[in-house]
Design a binder for this molecule. Structure first.
Ligand SMILES: *Cc1c(COP(=O)(O)O)cnc(C)c1O
Length: 413
């Protein structure tokens, strides 16, 4: 069967024909038959160089032989026990060592679950009710963070999805990224704020990069107002380096959420922080959190294997950065602006790099879609949205980097 036929059947059975909205490429998405390294093969026998990498998790590429072996070894011993496993303290030791402010961690099954629990924990710890997020920040698909952007710091949050009740949305305030004055103003006016949750580098509309000093200002402002700072490093964790954005920018949050790369391509999420906060989590404390698949042996094995590989190959981040930089060189002098940090990059169809959500929204999405199609015709698969980051993996070698660069140069003309 061809992709179009699979989709015809899928759309009668799955809303929009897909299991997650961003995959609904028009007129129909391609269906993947298999993947290896940096390449996807579709059921239509098309081979594509993948710059989406499942939206971030696959730092080591598709079907990395070492991770495959680790998963197979775990499979042979069973894949779900409902009891603690030896890998949990091992893995937790590694993750907490990599994040200085994280004394303890809880493993969950997705990034959404991690942010949901971290927010509950912040409220449980502080006894305060409101949450602040940044306009355009994405923290998964649960009620308290599905809030319309651009509503301004002083107004109440508005639901961004049917089914989110206004009373819940009203508890979430928003400020613009890179605007520490707006944050200061909001926190000094509102005394009932438990936490600020933010992507230190905005990955879900970007990358959008922090201005020099912005993250340090955010740390100081939140500390002064006794508001917990949650860094949502579901994308940036192990992507920008060991220790994620907090290590790169030298800013320590109170709580950190992780996911994506942490599971080596299998479902995972985690949240962690100082012992005095984390010990409020059940069964040690009164903040409830639980999950049938939490800390499941397969995800932990794949994740541990991935982190172990990274620790043995620390030079990899420099190599990845250099490759992404080369792609950027191909975009030089073309219309729009190329933004890169580490191995995350994006070409924005806007004269200068956006510094916040409202600026990102000014991008010419029509031109982006034509660019996306042209790249696809040249065999390069980019995330199908102006607002999703491209990712490289260690499987994108010099040859593939050159191919992506050439395609960029040609398609941006
Ligand atoms: C992907 C993502 C999430 C949600 O993670 P899921 O595993 O998809 O639930 C949360 N926060 C950020 C920053 C993300 O990029």
């Amino acid at each position: 069967m061809k992709s179009s036929e699979y989709f015809d059947r899928a759309r009668t059975l799955l809303p929009g024909g897909v299991s997650s909205p961003v995959r609904a490429i028009k007129p129909y998405p391609f269906y993947t038959a298999r993947a290896e390294g940096c390449r996807l093969t579709t059921v239509d026998d098309e081979e594509l160089i993948d710059c989406c990498m499942a939206y971030g998790p696959l730092l080591l590429g598709h079907a990395h032989p070492e991770i495959k072996k680790t998963i197979e070894e775990q499979l042979s011993r069973g894949w779900l026990y409902g009891t603690p496993t030896p890998l949990e303290p091992e893995f937790a030791g590694l993750v907490t060592r990599d994040h200085p402010g994280m004394d303890m961690v809880r493993f969950v099954s997705s990034g959404s679950e991690a942010t949901m629990a971290a927010i509950r924990l912040a409220r449980g710890f502080s006894g305060k009710k409101d949450l602040v997020k940044l306009e355009g920040g994405f923290h998964g698909a649960h009620d308290g963070v599905l809030i319309k952007a651009g509503s301004g710091a002083t107004t109440l949050g508005v639901p961004d999805s049917a089914g989110v009740i206004p009373e819940v949305a009203a508890r979430t305030r928003q400020v613009a990224y890179n605007d520490s004055e707006a944050l200061e103003e909001l926190l000094s006016k509102n005394r009932d704020i438990a936490a600020l949750i933010m992507e230190p580098v905005m990955g879900n509309i970007g990358p959008i990069l922090p201005r020099p000093g912005y993250l340090a200002d955010v740390r100081e402002i939140t500390r002064t107002h006794d508001v917990l700072l949650i860094f949502d490093e579901v994308i940036t964790g192990y992507r920008l380096g060991i220790g994620g954005a907090q290590a790169m920018f030298g800013v320590e949050p109170d709580l950190t959420t992780l996911g994506k790369i942490l599971g080596g391509g299998l479902p995972i999420g985690a949240f962690g922080g100082r012992k005095e906060i984390m010990s409020l989590i059940a069964p040690e404390g009164p903040v409830y959190q639980a999950g049938t698949f939490s800390g499941n042996p397969l995800s932990l094995a794949a994740g541990y294997g991935t982190l172990d590989w990274i620790h043995r190959n620390r030079g990899v981040y420099g190599v990845l950065e250099d490759r992404a930089r080369r792609i950027g060189e191909a975009a030089e002098g073309k219309k729009g602006s190329f933004v890169r940090i580490g191995s995350m990059f994006k070409h924005f169809f806007r004269d200068s790099p956006p510094e916040n959500y409202l600026q990102a929204k000014e991008c010419d999405t029509g031109t982006f879609l034509r660019f996306w199609s042209a790249m696809r015709e040249r065999g390069i698969f980019l995330p199908p949205s102006q607002f999703e980051t491209n990712f490289l993996s260690i499987a994108h070698g010099d040859a593939e980097t050159a191919l992506i660069g050439e395609a960029y140069g040609a398609c941006l003309s």
